[in-house]
Design a protein around this ligand. Sequence first.
Ligand code: PRX
Length: 659
Amino acid sequence: MSYPYQITSLAQYHVDYRKSIEDPEGFWAAVADNFLWRKKWNRVLDWNFSEPKVEWFAGAKLNITENCIDRHLATMADKPAIIWEPNNPEERVRTVTYARLHKRVCQFAQVLKNNGVKKGDRVCIYMGMVPELAYAVLGCARIGAIHSVIFGGFSAQSIADRLEDANVEFIVTCDGAYRGGKDIPLKSIIDDALIGNKTVKRVIVYTRTRTPVSMIKGRDVWWEDEMDIAEEQVEKNGSISFPAEEMDAEDPLFILYTSGSTGKPKGVVHSSAGYMVWTNYTFVNVFQYKPGDVFFCTADIGWITGHSYIVYGPLSAGATSLMFEGIPTWPDAGRFWDIVDKHKVNTLYTAPTAIRSLMSYGLDPLKGKDLSSLTVLGTVGEPINEEAWHWYDENIGKQKCPIVDTWWQTETGGIMMSNIAGITPSKPGWATLPLPGVQPVLLDEKGNIIEGSDFAAECLKASPPVGGGGLEGAGNLCIKAPWPAIIRTTWGDHERCRTNYFATYPNLYFTGDGALKDAAGNYRITGRVDDVLNVSGHRIGTAEVENAINIHAGVVESAVVGYPHEVKGQGIYAYVIYNGHHGDEDMRRQDILQTVTRVIGAIARPDKIQFVTGLPKTRSGKIMRRILRKIAEGEMQNLGDTSTLLDPGVVEEIKQGKL
Ligand code: PRX
C-alpha cells in the first residue's frame, strides 16, 4: 500500500498546509479519494461552530472495517495486522494476519447479530488488551453498532453510569485481565455494575484468565461458544464473508467517555468517515509509516490513543500494529526493550509518564537489548519535560530517531500538532507545528486574539523557517475551523458539547489547554487551564474526584487540585474537611481512598490527603483554588490577594499542615 498523501519534505509540508487552509474541501477530497467508498460524498464540508454542526463527506457511504481490513486482502492477506505480545513473556505471541483478522471480525459481527445487536445500538466493551478486544471493536463497526470501550481501571460505579448514559443493551467483557502481577476480575466488576440495571440484555464473556465467574442464565454467554456457532454461518464454500453494514459518513462510530471540568464524564462521539480519514492521514504522516514497519503504541484501547493508533489509524493504512497486554515494569523494567528487540519494532509511541518511570530504573534494564530497529519515537498525553526527552533521545533512539511530540485530545480524534518524523524539526518539550487542516489560535482571557499567533494566516504569506526564535505569545489554545475528526457531539446532550467546547470563545473550538508560541510558529502546550488534571497522561476532573471523596460518610467537604509529580506529571492533592470520629487519620485516609476507588477507580486515588478545618472561600462561597494549588505546589509565599477571603486564618492552618 502506498500513501500518495504522505508528506515527504519540509517544503511539501508548507505547500500542503497552505492548501489545506486555502482550499480545505479540495485538499481533503484528494486525501479521501484514497479510501474505499460504497458511494462518494455530495459535499466535502458543511459546518458552523454556533450549534455546533460539522459534517464531513456528507452523503458518502462506507464501512470503516472494509477500509481497515477487506481492501488489504488482495495484496496483504498474509501480512500481520496485529502482533500480540502477552502480559507474561513466557506465553505464546499471537500474530493475526489480515486474513485472520477478517475472519475473526466477520465471525464476531455475526455473533453480535445472533445476539440481537443492530445498527446504531450501543455496545459497551470492557476487556483487557487481548486481540479479541480489537475484534470486538471492529465487529461493532462492521454491523454499524456504536462501541463504547471502557478502560479496565474504571470501577463498577463508573461503568454503571456510562451504561445508563448511553442506554447500553450489550456488553462484551472478559472473565479477567492480566496486568503485570495482577489479575483483574473484569466480569465480576461488570456483575456489580449491572446490579439494578434494566437495559442490558446480553453479556458476552471471553475467557482469558479462567477466573471463576458467575454466568446468569438468559443474559450471559461465552465468547468461544458464540464464535463457534458464527464460524459456520460466515464460512461459505471455503471463503469467509459477513457483509459490512453500509454507513453514512456522519453515522456515529463510537462513544468514548472523558473527564471535563464538571463531575460527570462526557460521552465524546466520533463519526465514521472523518475519523477514518484523519486517523489514517495523521498516522501515515506524523510517524512516516512505511509498509512493513512494526508500529508499537503502548496505550490501552480503553483510551483514545489506543482507538486511533492501535486500531483504526494503523489498520486502515495496512500497517502492522503491535498490541501489548502488560505494563512497562513487569516482570522488570526492561519489558518495552525486550519487546522492541524481539519484534524488531520500528516505531515506539508511548507516554512521558512511562518514560519517566523507566528512567528511574537507570540504564541496567537496557543492557543486552538490541534497539537498532527503531527509527521513530513518539510521545503523547502530557507535556514532556526536557530531561525525559533527552533520556529517550539518547538511550532509546541513540540520537538517530526523531521524537514526535504529538498533542491532541479525545475530542480531536487524532493528532493535531506534532513535528513530522524526520521532516519538520523537533524542539524538546514542544509539540511544534499544526498538521495540515489545523488552524490554532491563542487567546487571552477576554477573548482577544494574541497578536501574531495566527500561524495559519502567516503561513499563507510566507513559509516561515522553523526551529528557533523568541517567544511570541502565550494564551488559551483554540482551533478556528473543523478538521475531519473533530468531536461531533456529546452523547445524549448536544448542548453540553456546545457549552463545553464552543461557547467560551464564539466560533472557536476551545481545547482547555494553554500554550506558548515561538516566533517560528512552534507551539508548546503548557497544560490544562480548566479544572482537569492530567495524571500519568490520564484525564481526571477535579470535580469528579471531589464528588467521589464527598460520598464518604465522614467527609463534609473537599477540594482537589493538582501538583507537580516526578513520574505521573501531576499528582492529586485533596484537602478534606472531616467530621467523623471513626479511626485515626491514617485509617480515614485509607477509607477515603477506598471510596474513590469504588466510585471512579484506582486511577483517581489522591496521592495526598490533607485534613483541614476549613477551605479558603470568598464571601460568596467560592473556593479559591488558586491558593490551594499554590500550597500543594509548595509555594508558601506569593499566594496573591487573600483579603477577599471569608476567613483568611484558614490559609495559615492549611500551610502549616501541608504534606
Ligand atoms: O492537556 C492536553 C494533554 O492531554 C489532554 C488530552 O487528554 P486526553 O483526551 O485523555 O487525550 C490524551 C491522548 C491524546 C490535552 O488537553 N496532552 C495530550 N498530548 C499532549 C498533551 N500535553 C502536552 N503535550 C502533548 N503532546
